[in-house]
Ligand binder design. Structure first.
Ligand code: FES
Ligand code: FES
Length: 156
């Protein structure tokens, strides 16, 4: 069955079963491989995208549940103010180790900052708690989110 979806501001028609997870539509049908597969059970956060600005696990989001909602992925998050701040802070603070979890980490962090420009430590913990990093980059992630939030405080 054909579904019309909007990804990163662009419309696509995809012909898949209605219960196909968005993750596989992005990766296998649209060739957007920045969004990663980790667990497939909403336990690791590697597959995080934004749906109408909300950080969402694409591995358990079926294509027939999306409707006219706007999907944003790691490929375009740098074009948003929060995404740009987060990516800059990630680079400045050298957050990444192997990188596998990082697109999901950045998508969760960008959603947090877009909704709460000056998050508390508790806000950060809550927003990032579902994103697992096997390399243990958690401390640098937290610092980078704070750096990005300071950019907000300076009006940048
Ligand atoms: S692959 Fe979706 S949460 Fe792990
Ligand atoms: S950087 Fe390697 S899993 Fe997070």
């Amino acid at each position: 069955m054909a579904f019309a979806i909007v990804v990163n501001g662009r419309s696509h028609s995809v012909d898949v079963d209605g219960d196909t997870p968005l993750l596989w539509v992005l990766r296998d049908v649209l060739g957007m491989t920045g969004t990663k597969f980790g667990c497939g059970m909403a336990l690791c956060g590697a597959c995080t995208v934004h749906i109408d600005g909300i950080a969402t696990r694409s591995c358990i989001t079926t294509i027939d549940s999306i409707g006219t909602s706007q999907i944003k992925t790691i490929e375009a998050i740098g074009a948003t103010p929060a995404g740009s701040q987060i990516q800059k802070a990630w680079l400045e603070h050298e957050v990444v180790q192997c990188g596998y979890c990082q697109s999901g980490q950045i998508m969760s962090a960008a959603a947090l900052l877009a909704g709460k420009p000056h998050p508390t430590d508790a806000d950060i913990d809550e927003a990032m708690s579902g994103n697992i990093c096997r390399c243990g980059t958690y401390v640098r992630i937290r610092e980078a989110i704070k750096i990005a939030a300071q950019t907000n405080a300076k009006g940048g």
